[in-house]
Design a protein around this ligand. Structure first.
Ligand code: ADP
Ligand code: MG
Length: 353
């Protein structure tokens, strides 16, 4: 890919780097490989080294990660001010492509778990949201879609004297806007309607995932923890009280997997003023008949209901939303309004960073 390869000096990939990084412990595992905490004997600092599986597809995608991240770091964020992880080095070791990053702290999923999945105080939700948005602005300006935004890929920055901070990591699924190749992207809970339905996608898919993350940080649990893509869509429809717009459903490749064409008569929810649609979501039985297997449906660990109810009744300490102090009620209303702009079915109406 000619534009990108400029940022990767392929000779560097083959340089010998045998004794520089000493592995201390394993930090994480993913589809692409393993991440190790290493001691860098040249700079006397800890670094995180991602060791990519030595298979061509992973190697290719990791070259993309190196290209996009070096472009973001060097050209769009030279002074490290926009909450995007810094890449320090990359090299080939025993046929594995390795990428060295600055060492960061726990990811946001681990943070939520440590907090017993009760969610964070609103002030932290605000701080982290602002910082992630800052990164998303830079990515949008660079024309880069992250494609895998989720709590595991947002890390706490350690040793910040002034305030809590986060950085976006893992550009291992990222791509350039307008040069999208893959259709099966994003982690299921954070997958946007356009990706689920098979419709051309843009940086707006990251804003959907971002909305899911913001909600999760506050309530402590994923917003759409569907056990299948069908289950995710059903949850979106129930929680948001609507469905993807007809224009999208008409054009998208996978619509028939999830929706029945009923011809301009279907109201997607009970509301009087809900727009009439030509599509309705299939019932579980209809999906079973179509795919000859039952769709997987996960447990609802929320009281089922609309987004505003979820925000007002979680975290669990406020099991009864009516007991909320007036200031927190105002904050919750603002949060619901914010989320509505993000988890918006229509990618054209969804808020940009
Ligand atoms: P994958 O593409 O396999 O998901 P990631 O780049 O997301 O790989 O890394 C996997 C996990 O390793 C992350 O979720 C995080 O917990 C840990 N990790 C990755 N990069 C760093 C880093 N710079 N500092 C600390 N931990 C990291
Ligand atoms: Mg990851």
């Amino acid at each position: 890919n000619s534009d990108l390869i400029l940022y990767v000096n392929l000779e560097l990939v083959n340089k010998k780097s045998d004794r520089r990084y000493v592995i201390k412990e394993m930090l994480g595992q993913g589809t692409f490989g393993q991440v190790a905490k290493c001691w860098d004997v040249e700079t006397n600092t800890y670094v995180a080294v991602k060791v990519i599986k030595n298979q061509p597809a992973f190697y290719q995608q990791a070259i993309m990660e190196v290209s996009l991240l070096s472009m973001l770091n060097e050209k769009f964020d030279p002074d490290d001010q926009h909450n995007i992880v810094r890449m320090l080095d990359f090299f080939l070791y025993q046929n594995h492509l390795c990428i060295a990053f600055e060492m960061l702290g726990h990811n946001l999923y681990e943070l939520l778990k440590r907090n017993s999945l009760r969610g964070l105080q609103l002030k932290y939700v605000q701080t982290f949201s602002r910082q992630i948005l800052d990164a998303l602005v830079v990515m949008k300006n660079a024309g880069i879609i992250h494609c895998d935004l989720k709590p595991e890929n947002i890390l706490i920055t350690p040793n910040v004297k002034t305030a809590a901070g986060v950085k976006v990591i893992d550009f291992g699924s990222a791509c350039m806007e307008g040069k999208t190749i893959y259709s099966y992207i994003q982690s299921r809970y954070y997958r946007s309607p356009e990706v689920l339905l098979g419709y051309p996608y843009t940086t707006a898919i990251d804003m959907w995932s971002f909305g899911c993350i913001v909600a999760e940080l506050y309530i402590g649990l994923p917003l759409f923890p569907g056990a299948s893509e069908y289950d995710v869509l059903c949850r979106m429809i129930e929680i948001l009280g609507g469905q993807p717009p007809d224009d999208l459903l008409r054009e998208a490749k996978n619509t028939a997997r999830f929706f029945k064409h009923v011809g301009s008569i279907y109201r997607s929810n009970e509301a009087q003023n809900a727009p009439v649609s030509a599509y309705r979501i299939l019932t579980g039985e209809e999906v079973e008949a179509r795919e000859s297997k039952k769709p997987k449906v996960g447990r609802w660990y929320f009281p089922r209901g609309r987004l505003d109810r979820l925000i007002f009744t979680y975290p669990w300490k406020n099991l009864n939303g009516e007991n909320l102090p007036e200031t927190e009620k105002t904050d919750c209303l603002a949060l619901v309004d914010f989320l509505r702009g993000l988890v918006e079915f229509d990618p054209n109406k969804r808020w940009s960073p």
